[in-house]
Design a protein around this ligand. Structure first.
Ligand code: ADP
Ligand code: ZN
Length: 650
């Protein structure tokens, strides 16, 4: 969800003029000047000055010629100005306008005209006023039209050319009433932002202590998981103003508008501090500059991003403003955004698990009249993989269905139907996991988890989940090392391979058929073995010989300079990798067979809860080992550090 635009485009048909203001301006200028010249200029000369007669040609003559023409009565009308005389006569084809310059004062001219009986008058040649006006008038018209369009554009985009940076209307400011209770599930995320609430409420407490408060917090999660809701709840709990913008609304047609808008945003937030700034879809401005570099950068985005960075650096940690930003792709963000003092904290806002979905459904069903037979748990079971926004929609859709059928209450059948409709309308991105897939994923993840817990040197499990994250991963197992490590010993690498193979092996052992779900695991096992041969000197194939230099990660993979070793070596390496994989895979399958009962228990729990902790996994394994008199392979725990080097097997 993003902010509700206070101003939907009133008129979308004027796109051309809105997009090409300069071209519009030029065309109008030219047209108007031409019109003006055609009309007013010639009209004056022919009609005003020569008595309204139309002539076929004009001719310049000498003063003497003019007098001769008068003398011979070859002109019928004469107009006398301050410097010119014009006369109308005719030749064989039509009227001719003669002009000539007056030569000094000539007292004989008027008597001559009287004498010959030729009509004459005087005319006033242009003065400075009419001259000026003639020039000014078209410009006035052009400016009027220009302002008309500019005003229209301003209405359309909330900024406009004349009011660049006057973007108050795109920045939503409110004092939300949302509380943490309105955000169901998401317990971990709520705990992580709790501290921010406290800081916003009692900033002095922290400032006096000299504590550095986080400035930026990145909320990471799929669309509809409640990131905006959570941000609002932080503001609501702290009772501070909430300024929100959407990253995509920064990218405008005029370079500089985005940057100006960022400036405005911070200005307002500072004025009302303590306050919260919420930037939805920050990836729209924060996309890594390196990523876009090939195509030639996007100036507007870069300027906006730079302004954002400057503003974030520009206020001290004692200014109680917290910037919350939402994205579902933190990996594409510019590293500059993630540096200390900027968005240096990430809070995961995951899709809800079974209990989470029950809670969310309950929050939303509170607002509708429901029948006594409504079974929320059933609906939660039907909606594995859906986000909070989808669930809110389902409740609303059910209420609409009930209304259409003129029911007094929402019934279970309405909810079921709403689920079906919602699922049919969902994109692949936010897909429901069906029961069969859920079972496969549960076994797969349990396999990873069991191997992690029963293999010496493996990183231990902190969480197992069959809640899908993103498109690719249908489930995941979080493994945390017991201490921060810079070195990996050989047996630890081998342990990692076993853990990765555990997923595929579990599918084979327990389901009897393998799926495509292990692709990523297999890629990583192969990479590890390859590195052991090529870089770490950990195989008999190459011994200590290095086959592949460690490349700086900057150059990335694609720049291979060709193989620097023999075909025979390559063949041997391939054979080694394949043999090792087969060996480890068989060992892993044997381990799973040994712990069959434990796996079934883990799967059962995981299937029901969708998220389980490493502690729960260990309890099951321990009980199983005692019951079956198996020598324990669980290692005594050291404290699990809050390490960043977690491994995720999906
Ligand atoms: P995001 O910002 O992550 O895309 P939103 O916060 O805009 O998602 O969520 C959209 C709507 O979905 C919310 O307004 C709310 O009605 C519902 N929703 C999402 N997550 C939750 C939740 N955890 N608890 C209650 N409602 C939720
Ligand atoms: Zn896996």
């Amino acid at each position: 969800m993003s902010q509700n635009e206070s101003n939907p485009n009133p008129d979308k048909n004027n796109n051309f003029f809105n997009k090409n203001p300069l071209i519009t301006f030029a065309i109008f200028s030219i047209v108007i000047i031409m019109l003006f010249k055609a009309f007013i200029g010639d009209e004056n000369e022919l009609a005003g000055k020569i008595g309204g007669q139309s002539v076929t040609r004009t001719q310049e003559i000498t003063y003497a010629d003019l007098k001769r023409l008068i003398e011979n009565k070859e002109v019928e009308k004469v107009s006398i100005g301050q410097t010119y005389i014009r006369a109308i006569g005719s030749d064989g084809t039509g009227k001719v306008a003669y002009t000539t310059r007056i030569v000094g004062p000539d007292a004989t001219l008027i008597p001559l005209l009287d004498e010959k009986g030729i009509d004459y008058n005087g005319f006033s040649e242009s003065n400075w006023f009419t001259d000026m006006f003639g020039w000014l008038f078209p410009f006035l018209i052009i400016i009027a039209i220009w302002m008309f369009f500019a005003g229209r554009m301003q209405r359309n985009m909330g900024g406009g050319i004349l009011g660049m940076g006057n973007s108050k209307r795109l920045i939503n400011s409110e004092k939300p009433k949302t509380k943490f209770d309105d955000v169901a599930g998401a317990q971990e995320a709520k705990e992580e932002v709790l501290e921010i609430v406290d800081f916003l409420r009692f900033p002095d407490r922290y400032v006096e202590l000299g504590a550095k408060i986080p400035k930026g917090v990145l909320l990471v999660g799929s669309p509809g998981t409640g990131k905006t809701l959570l941000a609002k709840a932080v503001a609501g709990e702290a009772d501070v103003p909430f300024f929100s913008v959407s990253g995509s609304s920064f990218i405008e047609m005029f370079v500089g508008v985005g940057a100006a808008r960022v400036r405005d945003l911070f200005e307002q937030a500072k004025k009302d501090a303590p306050s919260i700034i919420f930037i939805d879809e920050i990836d729209a401005i924060g996309k890594s500059r390196a990523a876009g570099g090939m195509m030639g950068g996007n100036d507007e985005r870069e300027q906006t991003l730079n302004q954002l960075l400057a503003e974030m650096d520009g206020f001290g940690t004692d200014t109680p403003i917290i910037i919350l930003a939402a994205t579902n792709r933190p990996e594409i963000l510019d590293p500059a955004l993630l540096r200390p003092g900027r968005f240096d904290r990430q809070v995961l806002v995951d899709k809800p698990d079974f209990q989470g979905r029950i809670d969310i459904l309950n929050v939303h069903i509170k607002g509708v009249k429901k029948d006594a037979d409504v079974d929320i748990e059933e609906i939660a079971r039907l909606t594995a993989g859906l986000a909070g926004a989808d669930l809110a929609n389902i409740v609303n859709e059910a209420a609409l269905l009930a209304g259409r059928k003129s029911q007094k209450t929402v019934q279970q059948t309405d909810l079921r139907e709403a689920v079906e409709r919602a699922i049919a309308g969902l994109s692949k991105k936010s897909r429901r996991i069906d029961e069969k897939e859920k079972r496969i994923v549960a076994y797969h993840e349990s396999g990873h988890a069991l191997l992690a817990e029963t293999t010496k040197g493996a990183k231990k499990v902190s969480k197992v989940s069959i809640v899908p994250r993103g498109l690719a991963a249908l489930g995941y197992t979080l493994n945390t090392p017991e201490e921060n490590k810079y070195l990996m010993q050989r047996h630890e690498l081998m342990a990692e391979i076993d853990v990765l193979l555990g997923g595929r092996a579990a599918e084979e052992v327990f389901i009897g058929e393998i799926s495509t779900g292990a692709a990523n695991d297999l890629e990583r096992t192969t990479d590890i073995l390859k590195a052991m041969v090529q870089m770490y000197g950990m195989s008999d194939v190459a011994g200590l010989m290095v086959l592949e230099k460690q490349r700086s990660s900057f150059l990335g993979g694609g720049m291979t300079q060709g193989r620097e070793y023999s075909d025979k070596m390559a063949e041997e390496m391939d054979a080694f990798i394949k043999k090792s994989l087969d060996e480890r895979y068989n060992a892993v399958k044997a381990r799973l067979e040994e712990y069959r009962g434990a796996i079934e228990k883990i799967v059962e729990l995981l299937y029901a809860k969708e998220n389980i902790s490493g502690e729960q996994v260990r309890e099951i394994i321990e009980a199983f080992e005692i019951e079956n008199h198996i020598e324990t392979k669980l290692e005594p725990r050291k404290g699990i550090p809050a390490s960043e080097t977690v491994t995720i097997s999906d």
